[in-house]
Design a protein around this ligand. Structure first.
Ligand SMILES: Nc1ncnc2c1ncn2[C@@H]1O[C@H](COP(=O)(O)OP(=O)(O)O)[C@@H](O)[C@H]1O
Ligand SMILES: [Mg+2]
Length: 393
C-alpha cells in the first residue's frame, strides 16, 4: 500500500511565500522517494486545500485561480480510527477521496504553522509530524521565553528588556529608563515574528520611539536588546531527538544591509531557491574552537527546548571578542537548512526521509505509553458515588 506523505505549508503568516518555496523544494527532492506526496496548502485566509494542482510552483503566481483549481480538505478518522486526509470533491456524483496518513511533513514558516498550533492539531488527530512538538515549537517562536530559558541554563544571551503595548502606553518613562541602561545603540524586535520584520537598530531614543511604534503594528509584545557591534552572525543546524542529536557545520550568513533583512533572505534574483539562495559562507570562516562551542551550545538548546526533528539555531558573535550569544531558534528553518547537511554528506532527500522516520518513531513511542484508562469513570457503577448529578438518584 502506498504511504501518503502530507506536505503541509502556506498559512496565515508573513512568511507564506517562503513556506511555499520550502515545500516545493521538499516535494521535488522527494520525487523518487517511496512516498506518495499529498499537498496540504493553507491559504492566507486559513482555508485548507489539497490536490495535484498544488504541486506546481508556477500555479502560485495566481492564488485565486490556485484555490479554485484545488479541492478543500480536512483531517478526520476512518472507521478503524486511522487518521486520514479527506479531499472534498464538489461535483454532484463525485466521491470524496480519502488518504490514510503516514506522516505530515511540516513546511510552514512563522505563525500558527510553526508556533505549535498546527503541531497541536496533529497531536489531537494522533498523526505523526516532522519537527518539534507543541512545546519546542511554542518556545522557539517566543523570543522572550526562549531567551529566559537559555539564561536559566547558563547559555549566554544578549541583555534586553521586553514590554507589552499596554505597558508602553501606561509606563513609557520607566521603559525608556530601562532601555537607557542597556546603552544605545539598541535593537527593537517583535517577540513572535521572523524574517527581520519590524526589526530595527536604533542609535538614540528618538529613533527607538519611532521603531517601537512601527513594531507594535506587528506584535503586542516587543523586545529591546543591546545591539552587538561589530557583529558576526553564525548559524548551526541540529537534527535528532532532544536527547540524541547532532549538529551540522556552522554557516556565516551575509547581509548587504546592516542586519539580515527580509530582502537579503528572500527577495534576491534567485529567490526561487528560498533560503538556500542567500549569501553565506559554509563552513563558517571562524576559528574551530568557536565553531565547536557553537555546535555544543546548539545541541544543548535543542535539548533544553525539548525539540525534535530539525532546527536551525542562530547566534550573534561579537567579532572583536569572539563572545557569542544565543539569538533564536527556528524550528522549521528555511529550506530545512539542507545546505548545511550537504557538508556532512547528507542529501536533501535523505535528510527529509530521516525527518519522516523520526516523526514516525516519536509517534510510535508516544502511542506505546498508557494514554487512557480502560475503566469508564462515567459508567453506571462509578457515577453512583457522585452526588448532585441529574439522573443520579
Ligand atoms: N542584539 C543584536 N545586535 C545586533 N544585531 C542584531 C541583534 N539581534 C538581531 N540582530 C540582527 O537583526 C536580524 C534579525 O533579528 P532576529 O532576532 O534574528 O529576528 P528574526 O526572527 O526576525 O530573524 C539578525 O539576523 C541580526 O542581523
Ligand atoms: Mg533571525
Amino acid at each position: 500500500m502506498e504511504k501518503n506523505l502530507i506536505v503541509a505549508f502556506g498559512g496565515a503568516s508573513p512568511e507564506h511565500e517562503v513556506s511555499v518555496l520550502t515545500a516545493m523544494q521538499a516535494i521535488s527532492a522527494l520525487e523518487n522517494s517511496p512516498y506518495k506526496i499529498r499537498p496540504l496548502y493553507i491559504a492566507k485566509n486559513g482555508k485548507w486545500y489539497s490536490g495535484e494542482y498544488l504541486l506546481d510552483l508556477k500555479h502560485y503566481e495566481d492564488l485565486d485561480k490556485l484555490t479554485k483549481q484545488a479541492s478543500s480538505c480536512h483531517f478526520t478518522h476512518n472507521e478503524l480510527g486511522q487518521a486520514i486526509l479527506t479531499e472534498v470533491k464538489s461535483g454532484l456524483f463525485s466521491k470524496n477521496e480519502e488518504y490514510i496518513i503516514h506522516a505530515v511533513l511540516t513546511a510552514f514558516h512563522g505563525a500558527a504553522g510553526e508556533n505549535g498550533s498546527f503541531q497541536g492539531v496533529c497531536e489531537m488527530y494522533n498523526i505523526p509530524y516532522t519537527g518539534s512538538g507543541v512545546m519546542g515549537s511554542a518556545v522557539g517562536m517566543d523570543k522572550v521565553t526562549a531567551k529566559a530559558l537559555c539564561k536559566s541554563a547558563g547559555i549566554p544571551v544578549v541583555d534586553g528588556t521586553d514590554f507589552f503595548e499596554n505597558q508602553w502606553v501606561d509606563e513609557q518613562d520607566n521603559i525608556l529608563n530601562e532601555i537607557d541602561k542597556l546603552n544605545y545603540p539598541v535593537i527593537v524586535k517583535p517577540v513572535h515574528l521572523g524574517s527581520s520584520i519590524g526589526v530595527k537598530v536604533c542609535p538614540d531614543q528618538e529613533t527607538l520611539i519611532e521603531a517601537v511604534e512601527i513594531a507594535f503594528r506587528f506584535d503586542e509584545h516587543l523586545l529591546v536588546e543591546k545591539a552587538i557591534s561589530p557583529l558576526t552572525e553564525i548559524n548551526c543546524s541540529v537534527m535528532g531527538s532532544s536527547r540524541d542529536c547532532r549538529a551540522s557545520v556552522c554557516e556565516r550568513p551575509m547581509g548587504t544591509e546592516e542586519l539580515l533583512s527580509f530582502k537579503d533572505k528572500y527577495m534576491r534574483d534567485d529567490a526561487a531557491k528560498g533560503m538556500a539562495s542567500a549569501d553565506r559562507v559554509i563552513p563558517a570562516d571562524i576559528p574551530d574552537s568557536l565553531s565547536s562551542s557553537i555546535q555544543d551550545t546548539s545541541k544543548k538548546v535543542f535539548g533544553l527546548f525539548n525539540c525534535s526533528g530539525l532546527a536551525r539555531l542562530d547566534f550573534l558573535v561579537e567579532s572583536n571578542t569572539e563572545n557569542f550569544y544565543f539569538n533564536e531558534i527556528n524550528t522549521i528553518p528555511g529550506s530545512f537548512s539542507f545546505y548545511l547537511w550537504k557538508e556532512s554528506g547528507i542529501d536533501f532527500d535523505q535528510l527529509l526521509q530521516e525527518l519522516i522516520k523520526l516523526a514516525v518513531s516519536t509517534h510510535q513511542k508516544k502511542n506505546g505509553r498508557v494514554l487512557t484508562y480502560e475503566t469508564n469513570l462515567l459508567s453506571q457503577k462509578a457515577v453512583k458515588g457522585i452526588k448532585g448529578l441529574k439522573g443520579n438518584k
